[in-house]
Design a protein around this ligand. Structure first.
Ligand code: PGA
Length: 250
């Protein structure tokens, strides 16, 4: 299966022009490495203007969040259907930066359902905030996966991608560095939990990405030794030359 390299642009870049330039750099990478699937999860306001470039390239578009609602009195919300109509094929849901702003597992679960109903592929982020010596974090992870992904049909799982992002290793405030070996262990643990929610087949098939300070130096390790199905890249995705090297690792 093609490795999936997902860029999470977060609240960047500041202008549509800069967004187009970054997207074009991705298209060049995609042309050179057709064996890798690239998804750019961009601020929703850039989707429509990048959609044409996306159609002409092998890079797909995604959003970074969606509403759990479909329409009505929800000021500021953007529905999954609107994202799809604007050119998104994927959406990140339950990113730790959104969970830190109060998003609960229950809301994440409703968003996942809304995204799947609209025909998007959902990239659902999970990961513990801290590590402890007694393994309590595993219980936290278990509860997070169970609550965020409960009640899905077998057919839903085919459009679901899990991104394991240990919060302590994410972003410029990261307090630790994760390793491919640890990722591999966590991925096995996550598949065990998924098995309790679905079937053994689903648990084995669902792609699990690694995210958390991925860069051009550690990408290959997570993909090969860590056996990750792909990567979710934050900061390094804003640097075209670094991102190109990450794609090369795929
Ligand atoms: P980072 O972000 O690569 O900057 O750690 C990853 C993410 O937040 O998805």
């Amino acid at each position: 299966m093609k490795k999936l390299i997902v860029a999470n642009w977060k609240l960047n870049p500041p202008t549509p022009k800069a967004a187009l330039a970054l997207f074009r750099a991705y298209s060049q990478s995609a042309k050179k490495h057709p064996s890798v699937k690239i998804v750019a999860c961009v601020p929703a306001v850039y989707l429509a203007s990048l959609a044409k470039s996306a159609r002409l390239s092998n890079v797909e578009l995604g959003a970074q969040d969606c509403s759990s609602e479909t329409d009505g009195a929800h000021t500021g919300e953007i529905s999954a259907e609107m994202l799809k109509e604007s050119g998104a094929a994927y959406v990140i849901i339950g990113h730790s930066e959104r969970r830190a702003r109060g998003e609960t597992d229950e809301l994440v679960n409703r968003k996942v359902r809304a995204a799947l109903r609209a025909g998007l592929r959902a990239i659902i982020c999970i990961g513990e905030t801290t590590r402890d010596a007694t393994g309590e974090y595993l219980e936290i992870l278990r509860r997070q996966v169970q609550a965020s992904l409960r009640g899905l049909k077998v057919s839903d799982w085919q459009r679901l991608i899990v991104a394991y992002e240990p919060v302590w290793a994410v972003g410029s405030q990261a307090i630790g560095v994760d390793t491919p070996t640890n990722f591999l262990e966590q991925a096995i643990f996550i598949r065990k939990i998924i098995k309790t929610l679905s079937t053994r087949q689903v648990a084995l098939a669902v792609p699990i990405l690694y995210g958390g300070s991925v860069d051009q130096r550690n990408a290959l390790g997570f993909l090969s030794e860590g056996q990750a199905a792909g990567l979710l890249v934050g900061r390094a995705s804003l640097r075209p030359e670094r991102f190109a090297e990450i794609v090369l690792a795929g």
